[in-house]
Design a protein around this ligand. Structure first.
Ligand SMILES: Cc1ncc(C[n+]2csc(CCOP(=O)(O)OP(=O)(O)O)c2C)c(N)n1
Ligand SMILES: [Mg+2]
Length: 706
């Protein structure tokens, strides 16, 4: 360090002292105390070690929290991380640990990088799917993988031979294998910088046994001692801002074009997305929409970056979407879930990296740079040049506001049509997904000021609930992003609750909206939530399997198109079959077994009180698993949409149930000439339960009979 920088460094202070986080400084992090030792450190222990150096660099990079599963190859650095003050949450399944880190970083909105860890071979591989999700959701995570000894590379004769740095290469911003102990700080500092640079994302760091078990003395015998220890590392290279993301700004010509296009617009519409959330730029977005008086929507993690109670907020697009004359996207990953912007008006793009600028959008201006900075640039330009919203745009805002009020009422009325007074829900002990969606909204609003954060992890519910959810604070809606997996909600909720604690926010319950299959996939790690008494209500929409409602449109109520050996009601080797469904698992009993509170609800009239009770209980006492018995007649709208209709194109027409016939007749007549006379079919309404008339024949099992 030069004298000048040392002086500045002293003035601004160092980043943080390892070990000081919770009070006590272990000896390996305390150079002053070391001087007083009779026998120096390193004579009777491994010091300095990769673990101490790694921990120092992680703390400098702003890391306070780690999630993972331990293993023999990792004690060296896991124990040092703990001694340095990094809190470690131990899971049973590495995938859930990564999901927890994902939930945690999303609530942190780019303020912190999370660390995950998994041992050599199985541990690192178990995390793969969740890491792929973190890649798609751009979550800033450093995954620390154990590694085998290099002396056995490619010999296929050692324990747990694996190459995490290779298999993570395609789904991380950087995957690196540590070779020498004297590199660890420079690599860690780079990873901390990279994870947080736009677009954010995960890195994988394989730390194999060789550097872990190599004394620094080896350096003297490597190239004759030519390389210094961490020669490409400077302590606190950005002084107190070392852990903060780097920023950049837009071309002034684009700024001018954007401000002028905004001032000329008559019907502008703004959409906030995940990259804006990663930059924690809610205040800037709010100032921007208020200055320009723009109605706005939001997507995925971008939800509630501006509170959804804001008067300019509109859920989704208005029914008169075609009148929009200027779109503004602020950090939106405009992809599959946005239909690639098909049919959009010309669009101003605010994007924080070249890779997040979409060439399939016709764009009068592209503001490429740190979103916080570029929003401010456009505002400053507009103010300096006396530009503001047109009169027409102000009228347009009023029209959108009226549309939002009307849509809320309409959705509520629709949900109550399937409420406890509906004959089917009076008669049977089951709950309609649409009615449940309205109740979730009401409980979160009436009891918790729209503050509960949710995870979306139930395929059927996800289709019903999205327009009903209403959030008042950022990072409220955490999902699997484009990965569209299941099971992630278990860990994500844990990470979200931990982030809330670290941010010093109110202890508001987190509400993962789970499918029963998601719970079966990853539920055991709810135990972590119990161990830390986290305020989480796992709301399980239990319909007995992986979206079993699809049997009604495509298979028949008894899974009739399947072979005899699989059909519901047939006997196979002495056992009565039930198709691919599973019996209703008792998730309340599962809750008991891990020390959580279990609750059941199957009557619609009890749903609201049960949810209230579960949330209030969890706030004080820790996790609740609320087992909700759902109406199996319902499916996600997509199940009868064009893509699933293609996926079911193999089933002989004559064997298709009526709902399947309707979808095939509607979507595939151009492909199957024999459908030309099949007119008059109407694609089914996924809200509407089936009737026995519609089945055409009786189901063998009358549990879900209409
Ligand atoms: C890990 C994983 N396995 C399988 C799938 C394919 N898939 C998507 S949704 C779904 C059904 C989910 O079932 P459940 O969680 O019970 O919710 P439901 O649709 O029944 O409400 C399946 C099998 C997936 N997306 N991810
Ligand atoms: Mg299910």
């Amino acid at each position: 360090m030069s004298e000048v920088s040392q002086e500045i460094g002293e003035k601004w202070g160092k980043v943080k002292v390892p070990g000081k986080v919770f009070g006590k400084t272990p000896i390996e992090f305390d150079p002053e105390a070391q001087k007083k030792l009779a026998i120096p450190l390193g004579e009777r222990e491994l010091f300095p070690s990769v673990g101490t150096r790694l921990s120092e660099a992680l703390i400098e990079g702003g890391v306070t929290t780690a999630f993972g599963c331990p293993g023999g190859h990792m004690w060296h650095f896991l124990d040092e991380m703990s001694r340095a003050g990094i809190k470690e949450y131990i899971f049973a399944f590495e995938g859930q640990a990564v999901y927890a880190a994902e939930g945690y970083t999303q609530v942190m909105q780019g303020r912190k990088t999370a660390v995950c860890f998994g041992t050599v071979g199985p541990g690192a591989a178990n995390a793969f799917s969740a890491m792929q999700q973190a890649w798609l959701s751009c979550s800033p995570i450093i995954f620390l993988a154990g590694g085998h000894e290099k002396v056995h590379d490619d010999l296929r004769n050692t324990l747990q031979e694996s190459y995490a740095y290779k298999f993570y290469e395609s789904i991380t911003k950087w995957a690196y294998r540590l070779s020498y102990p004297w590199q660890v700080k420079q690599i860690t500092a780079r990873m901390c910088k990279l994870c947080q640079s736009a677009p954010k994302g995960p890195c994988a760091f394989e730390i194999n046994c060789d550097p872990l078990l190599m004394k620094d003395e080896a350096r003297k015998h490597y190239w004759g001692g030519f390389f210094a220890e961490d020669e490409a590392y400077v302590e606190a290279w950005r002084y107190e801002d070392t852990s903060k993301p780097l920023t950049n700004a837009a071309d002034p010509a684009e700024v001018a074009k954007a401000a002028r296009a905004l001032a000329a617009a008559k019907a502008p519409y703004l959409v906030i997305g995940e990259d804006a959330a990663w930059e924690d730029c809610g205040a800037e977005c709010k100032e921007f929409v208020e200055y320009w008086k723009i109605p706005h929507n939001n997507r995925r993690t971008g939800r509630a970056l501006i509170s959804e109670l804001h008067p300019y907020y509109h859920r989704g697009y208005p029914p008169f979407k075609s009148e929009i004359d200027l779109m503004i996207v602020v950090g939106v990953k405009v992809g599959f879930f946005d239909a690639y912007g098909g049919g959009w008006a010309p669009t101003i793009q605010f994007a924080n990296a070249e890779s997040r600028v979409w060439t399939y959008l016709k764009s009068p201006a592209v503001l490429m740079g740190t979103i916080k900075v570029t929003l401010r640039q456009v505002l400053d330009y507009a103010k300096a040049n006396n530009l503001g919203p047109s009169l027409e745009a102000q009228e347009w805002l009023k029209k959108c506001q009226a549309s939002q009020v009307a849509a809320i009422e309409k959705r509520k009325a629709h949900a109550y049509m399937y409420g406890p007074d509906h004959p089917r829900y009076r008669k049977y002990n089951i709950i309609h997904f649409g009615y449940m969606s309205q109740i979730i909204r009401e409980v979160c609003h009436e009891e918790w000021d729209d503050k509960p954060r949710v995870c979306i992890d139930g395929y059927t519910l996800s289709d019903f609930v999205m327009p009903y959810l209403q959030f008042s604070r950022p990072a409220s809606c955490v999902s699997a992003n484009d990965q569209a997996g299941v099971g992630h909600g278990v860990g994500q909720a844990i990470g979200m609750a931990i982030a809330q604690q670290e941010l010093g926010e109110e202890n508001i319950p987190v509400l993962p909206l789970m499918g029963d299959s998601g719970m079966m996939n990853g539920g055991w790690d709810c135990e972590v939530a119990v161990r830390f008494k986290l305020p989480i209500v796992y709301l399980v929409t239990n319909n007995g399997g992986w979206m079993p409602g699809m049997k009604y449109p495509w298979y028949g109520p008894n899974w009739d198109i399947l072979g005899d050996q699989d059909r519901l009601g047939e006997t196979f080797r002495g056992v009565r079959q039930q198709g691919p469904e599973r019996p209703l698992i008792d998730f309340a009993k599962f809750a008991d077994s891990i020390g959580a509170r279990g609750m059941h609800v199957n009557r619609e009239e009890k749903l609201k009180d049960s949810l209230k009770e579960a949330m209030a209980y969890s706030q004080k006492n820790g996790p609740v698993i609320l087992d909700c018995i759902m109406d199996q007649h319902q499916t996600n709208r997509a199940v009868t949409g064009p893509v699933y209709t293609l996926f079911y194109a193999h089933i002989p027409w004559d064997e298709l149930p009526p709902r399947g016939k309707a979808s095939r007749a509607a979507y595939l007549p151009h492909w199957f000439p024999g459908l030309k006379d099949e007119v008059g079919w109407k694609v089914s309404d996924p809200w509407e339960p089936l009737s026995e008339d519609e089945f055409g024949y009786a189901p063998r099992d009358d549990y879900f009979k209409a």
